[in-house]
Design a protein around this ligand. Structure first.
Ligand code: ZN
Length: 89
């Protein structure tokens, strides 16, 4: 998918504003996101296409303190399956 221009992203129906006060852990200059938008991605485990939702990105970066360069790589089902494996062993 081609990247949208900032003006287009800002008007995107799925856009969620970023809270920079919660992005202190991100060590970067000038490239903090202004907002998040739904991002389609392909699961690296099963190849399924899924959407990484804007509000999930906000949670991941702002509450879970994820790295800004990190992105979703596995679909919901694969992550769930892994968590269940971990719990049972
Ligand atoms: Zn998957």
């Amino acid at each position: 998918m081609a990247r949208l221009k900032p003006s287009q992203q800002n008007n995107h129906p799925s856009s969620v504003p970023a809270d920079h006060s919660k992005l202190d852990h991100i060590n970067t200059y000038g490239s903090l996101p202004e907002f998040y938008i739904d991002q389609p991605f392909t699961c690296r485990s099963c190849g399924k296409n899924e959407i990484w939702r804007a509000r999930d990105q906000k949670w991941y970066y702002e509450e879970a303190k994820g790295h800004i360069d990190a992105a979703a790589v596995e679909c919901h089902d694969c992550r769930k399956a892994k968590n269940q494996d971990g719990a049972s062993t």
